[in-house]
Design a protein around this ligand. Sequence first.
Ligand code: UD1
Ligand code: CA
Length: 475
Amino acid sequence: MRESRIMRGFQAIVLAAGLGTRMRSKLPKVIHEICGKPMIDLVLDALEAAGAERAFVVVGHLAELVESVVGSRAQCVLQAEQKGTGHAVMQVRDVLSGYDGTVVVAAGDAAYLRESDLRALVNHHQKTDARATVLTAILEDPSGYGRVAREASGRIRRIVEDEDCSPEEALICEVNSSVYCFERRDLFDALSRITPDNVQGEYYLTDVIEIMIQDGLRVEAVISEDPLTAQGINTRVQLAEAEKVFRDRIREHLMLSGVTIVDPQTTFVDFDVVIGQDTKILPFSIIQGKTIIGKNCTIGPFTRIIDSKVSSGATISNAVVTEAEVGEDVCIGPYAYLRSGTVLAERAKVGTFVEVKKSTVGKGSKVSHQAYVGDATVGEGVNIGAGTITCNYDGHSKHPTIISDGAFVGSNANLVAPVKIGKRAYVAAGSTITQDVPDGALGIARGRQKNIDGWAEKRFKERRKSGSQEDSGGT
Ligand code: UD1
Ligand code: CA
């Protein structure tokens, strides 16, 4: 099917009221995510891309939760009791009563739905002046899906649900994708006549097809070239299959746009992630949420980045980066943890076994080894020695630490917040700093060292006298 311009506009109804029993989840099926995106968003994306003027989502199970995911993208309509897909569409009758035109109906679990299939569906429907058009696909194993029964002439006759199939009907490989095009008036007229007279005791939307045909209305079927189009997501096995299909597409798109992915099979990237040209992703990396990565970065191996912004030229290895902002040419890891609210300015370095939380680290500053920086503002050109800890928590609340430009914090210092280290000030290694250190000063807070001459010899003699084995190699 070729994508083309749609003749007339259309509005859309997405069915999302069911719990999705086969998912065995407490959450509604349509909010389960595929590559970081709720299933329902995938369906709404396709509808919007194909030019839907307006969308309605039928909600029921945990309606508020689904509504919060849908947000302002569509108007939600409540189906208080889930009595079937036909009954679900009926709930939209009143809000659509002022509209006369084409209505696309899609199941909220039709995650594979593509813009191109939708355009082909609407075009065919409008070109042939049909009153209903069903999007179908041919499956090798059609079990579980509604079958498309056709006349000997090839014209569609009806859709039979899996549970209601005769043994002959069960052999039909053309299935209903649960994406349809209708004319509003004919749809609700036929819906008012469906009955729950079937194995599942539900009002099937699929029954309107036969009713319209019996009314002598023109009904069409469009076969998608892509068998996936017909597949809903009913189980977590199908959810994982969809995840795999979309991950492949995302990776392929990134690679074709100029990103090197060394091992696609161990690289996982969510839908909304943006990655710049000539960035290289090393194996076992997971890039999630609304992350944006610039050009010429090296990410991984073994790195997870969530909802973060990484500027060009950054290197991040064996790290977990969450809701952080990473400046140009920053170097992170190996083995670093950047938590929410971390901002690293250009050329900063956060090295091995360093954790940074809700802190800003200025241009060119270095936190190279084993440190914790929390609720801190670190200026430019600062050096924070190995083992330094900002003691930001007193058991009740969090307090800030300020480390000014050019300061040097010696190894293993404890900076007890709230505290400020002045410009170009020094903190002596091993100090526990509880008071501000003025600009240019040395803060030293540790026991003064004393050397006791001859101590070792003296001890040895004493031990020998008392017969102790301790210093003679015994255990
Ligand atoms: C449906 C079709 C089937 C098709 C298959 C394709 C019917 C009767 N059957 O079957 O022909 O091959 O999709 O995936 O339509 N929903 C509601 N309210 C309800 C019931 C369902 O909103 O009362 C919603 C569900 O939340 C779901 C969608 O409708 O998003 C489809 O329901 P589902 O139970 O998955 O239908 P299938 O049995 O898969
Ligand atoms: Ca389904």
